[in-house]
Design a protein around this ligand. Structure first.
Ligand code: PEP
Ligand code: MG
Length: 579
């Protein structure tokens, strides 16, 4: 038995068998072959490639019946890649010239192709690099007589143990079979962590060495509440955690009984609790957890799918579907494209920057790629007639940038008008406050928009200068840092002075320990992963605004995050049964 401590990324407890997912292509055999063996090696390649093709087709059939269109599109592009004559010819040429075993030649050729595509000017071609990796892996496994297991293929209940999972990997995993995740890398507000919470999979990230100790088939306990993973537990420990797991499930059921009740403090202040979603099918969970609408739809996940940027019509369909699903249930806040930072679109030129977190992200990207920006805004405006829509711009850093963004929105509205296309003229437009400069000029920004939503994931990152995805400095990522709390106060007070509502859609909004403090600061809307709504609601219903303001008053006088954390923890633990 061995216990590992990591970062609690998504709550819940699960005990099960490990599925160790490593990048198989990193173990590539390499040896020279004789000239007379070249044809036999070629034959091995063609046979492995044929098997990989059959496998993809079989998966496609499965995809049509049980998966969404996104997964099906992914497989389509893999099949195209596999049949690409350029790819096959390169393998043949390299095999003849190098006279090395075909596994090695395949590896080398895939690397060459990736390099070539990465330097291309064509976005579509650049995006194919990810398919090359995937297809090469599939052939490689057939060459080694290994069945390739992908994250989509996992069918039995497992604890997925892996070094790192990109947001695009997390999107394709089989969510009903992957019951828990333990990962070497990642921080609590990394996008992979956000997805694990969205999919309600208990997860512990940032463990550094878990892949070195875990073995396929071993038993593991993943405790997402405490951020621990126990490998090969003894009987006593297993029993203890089986009990904890049952307790956790019972508690979750109890919380769901609050669904029909309003989020209202004891003295009658009504708070809106909304859900954050990453993919459209999460609306079901948002509704099931009694949310007052969607406070953040991260539309970039549509753009992270393979197969190029989604067209205006594809986007229009997705946005209108979500709006229709949420009609009568609080509406939807659609955020415009927020790529860059850790949300990298594989192969997209220019995003491979030295300092991506401070780089070409979100509206900065959109303002220089107005073609994409306008397409997205057209799709959103067209969808606005199907429900209660708000548009929100991420990463605004100041008034000029906001003016530029609003100018584009206005011009897209004029264009639609000219074309006689219907949209809601007066739909609310808001911005995310996630850059310290925006927080400090919130009074100026508030005059120009209908609402604010505070993105604490980035605001904390930029205020404390701590990369939100880096596990080595995760201890510095402190939502209760006095610097962060002061900025929150400035933003909330500025919004109220301008009579606009202010929400929060960063992870802090769903952090039960922070609920009373945020209430006391005057936050109107809390938007979070759907399944944390009942717990936050329970807390809101058990306190009065005067109690919350009193606590906040004391906290705002304190000097350090540690001091604040221990006071708030004590205050909350005396009143609530927090995890
Ligand atoms: C945030 O920064 O708090 C936020 C909600 O945006 P994202 O996590 O997508 O960067
Ligand atoms: Mg953000």
């Amino acid at each position: 038995m061995k216990t590992f401590k990591g970062i609690s990324a998504s709550p819940g407890i699960y005990i099960g068998k490990i599925f160790l997912y490593l990048d198989e292509i990193s173990q590539v055999p390499k040896y020279e072959i004789q000239p007379e063996d070249v044809e036999a090696e070629l034959e091995r390649f063609h046979s492995a490639a044929d098997k990989a093709g059959d496998e993809i087709q079989a998966l496609q059939q499965q995809a049509n019946s049980s998966m969404g269109s996104e997964e099906s599109r992914l497989l389509d592009s893999h099949l195209l890649m596999l049949k690409d004559p350029e790819f096959t010819k390169r393998i043949e040429d390299n095999l003849r010239s190098d006279q090395m075993n075909v596994e090695w030649v395949l590896y080398k050729t895939a690397k060459e192709l990736v390099k070539m595509l990465e330097s291309s000017q064509d976005t579509y071609l650049q995006e194919r690099t990810i398919d090359i990796h995937d297809v090469a892996k599939r052939i490689h496994n057939h060459l080694l007589y290994r069945e390739r297991i992908s994250l989509v293929d996992i069918q039995e209940d497992v604890v997925l143990v892996t070094h790192n999972l990109l947001p695009s990997d997390a999107l394709t995993l089989n969510r009903s079979a992957v019951r828990a995740i333990a990962m070497d890398m990642g921080g609590r507000t990394s996008h992979t962590a956000i997805l694990t919470r969205a999919f309600e999979i208990p997860a512990v990230l940032g463990i550094s060495t878990i892949t070195k100790h875990a073995r396929n088939g071993d038993e593991a306990i993943v405790n997402g509440n405490e951020g621990t993973v126990i490998l090969n537990p003894d009987d006593e420990t297993r029993k203890k955690y089986e009990h904890k797991m049952k307790e956790w499930q019972r508690r979750e059921m109890q919380l769901l009984s609050l669904n029909e009740l309003a989020a209202e403090t004891k003295d009658g202040k009504h708070i809106l609790l909304k859900g954050n979603i990453e993919v459209p099918d999460e609306t079901e969970s948002v509704l099931a957890h009694g949310a007052d609408g969607i406070g953040l739809y991260r539309t970039e996940y549509l753009f992270l799918q393979p197969g190029g940027f989604p067209s205006e019509d594809v986007q229009f369909e997705e946005y209108s579907r979500v709006l229709q699903d949420m009609e009568g249930n609080g509406g939807v806040t659609l955020r415009t494209l927020d790529i860059g930072g850790d949300k990298v679109i594989p192969g997209l030129e220019g995003l491979d920057e030295k300092n991506p977190i401070l780089g070409w992200r979100a509206v900065r990207f959109c303002l220089s790629r107005k073609d994409l920006f306008r397409t997205q805004l057209r799709a959103m405006l067209r969808a606005s007639v199907y429900g209660d829509l708000r548009i929100m711009f991420p990463m605004i850093s100041g008034v000029e940038e906001l003016d530029n963004v609003l100018e584009v929105l206005d011009s897209v509205k004029q264009e639609l008008k000219k074309e006689g296309i219907a949209f809601k003229e007066n739909l609310p437009v808001g911005i995310m406050i996630e850059v310290p400069a925006a927080a400090l000029t919130a009074d100026l920004l508030a005059k120009k928009v209908d609402f604010f939503s505070i993105g604490t994931n980035d605001l904390i990152q930029y205020t404390i200068a701590v990369d939100r995805g880096n596990e080595k400095i995760a201890y510095l990522y402190e939502p209760f840092h006095p610097g962060v709390l002061r900025l929150l106060k400035i933003v909330i007070d500025s919004a109220h002075s301008a009579s606009i509502p202010v929400g929060m859609c960063g992870e802090m909004a769903g952090y039960p320990l922070a609920t009373v403090l945020l209430l006391g600061l005057g936050l109107d809307i809390f938007s979070m992963s759907a399944f944390t709504i009942p717990e936050v609601k329970k807390i809101i219903r058990s306190v009065s605004m005067s109690e919350a303001e009193e606590l906040t008053g004391i906290v705002m006088e304190m000097k350090s995050a540690t001091e604040i954390d221990s006071l708030v923890r004590k205050w909350m633990n005396e009143r609530f049964d927090l995890i």
